[in-house]
Design a protein around this ligand. Structure first.
Ligand SMILES: [Zn+2]
Length: 321
């Protein structure tokens, strides 16, 4: 079995990229497919052409999770090729009523931000939210149901000459699955194992769309599970393939503990609002990833009861115990 061909594709965030992976044998398949943009479409087309194939030869596309950079292009590929799009049950709603799902996710993020924002402060993040979400939705395409198939957790998917077991790995996203080839010990890790620590996305629970998932807890659980897995090569959703997954997980776990401790110190020094803590932890790095990361650290501190939450001023204030 040959290693998959890594195709680096653009993201909404400049200077960042997402990986799609291509197997040519026994038939062309993709693992994830980037966003629905002209640039991504041309890059996928060019990569197939480079190997004497065309997009029309694409037989299957396997999607790891319901994030725009991994599946935005799926609907367009379904429309313009004969390819079957495969998703897990958690991602299925995102192939259909996309705008509805997207709005639910936006509502959860918005409600988190509102709770963190003092009533007298016009939070720039909140005012930019809707335009950001509209911009993102424009790079996502719904998948026609006749081209769609659902794979189950635990199922074995045959592609690329291997037998890929589907593992459910919530944390970065609770829609996320990895594909594991037991014989070769290869893993398509999606955003579970990355060269940089995956962010615990602010998202709704899969079974209760009005409630927020405490993603950092899921992420830590999934890390422990991944550590037990024998892996020789990781093909991550972003960045270059790597082989030292246990070492990488340990580094990322200790970094999470370190950053959590830094947050506690900031709170002990008297910073109490989310955005004041944010300024200390991530000066000049205001984006959805750092936002999710900080929420995760604060979730951990709250769960461990190192801090308490005071809501008496109309927003969440973090106080040291
Ligand atoms: Zn993702």
């Amino acid at each position: 079995m040959k290693q998959p061909i890594r195709i680096e594709l653009p993201m909404l965030q400049p200077k960042m990229s997402v990986n799609a992976y291509l197997f040519l044998e026994p038939e062309p398949v993709l693992i994830d497919c980037g966003m629905n943009t002209a640039e991504t479409f041309e890059l996928l087309k060019a990569e197939l052409q480079k190997h004497g194939k065309s997009l029309a030869d694409l037989a299957h596309v396997y999607i790891t999770h319901a994030h725009i950079d991994h599946m935005g292009m799926a609907g367009r590929l379904a429309q313009e090729t004969e390819a079957i799009i495969w998703v897990n049950p958690y991602t299925l709603p995102w192939t259909k009523d996309l705008a509805v799902q997207w709005q639910k996710r936006a509502n959860i993020i918005e409600s988190v931000l509102i709770k963190e924002t003092p009533p007298d402060w016009e939070n720039p993040m909140l005012s930019n939210m809707q335009s950001f979400f509209q911009q993102a939705l424009a790079c996502w395409s719904a998948v026609p149901s006749d081209k769609l198939k659902v794979y189950e957790v635990g199922e074995v998917l045959p592609f690329g000459g291997g037998e890929w077991e589907v593992l459910y790995v919530p944390g970065h996203s609770n829609t996320q699955t990895c594909f594991y080839e037991r014989a070769r010990k290869w893993l398509f890790s999606a955003d579970m194992l990355l060269p940089l620590t995956p962010t615990p996305a602010i998202e709704m629970k899969v079974d209760a769309p009005d409630e927020r998932e405490i993603s950092i807890v899921r992420l830590l659980e999934s890390f422990e599970r991944m550590k037990r897995l024998e892996i020789e090569m990781v093909f991550p959703g972003h960045g270059e393939p790597f082989d030292n997954h246990r070492q990488l997980i340990d580094v990322q776990l200790s970094r999470i503990q370190l950053r959590k401790a830094e947050c506690l110190t900031v709170i002990q020094k008297g910073k109490s609002s989310f955005f004041d803590i944010f300024q200390q932890i991530y000066p000049r790095a205001f984006n959805i990833f750092t936002l999710s990361m900080l929420k995760g650290y604060l979730d951990l501190l709250e769960i461990e009861e190192s801090i308490q939450i005071d809501n008496t001023k109309g927003y969440r204030r973090y106080l040291a115990n």
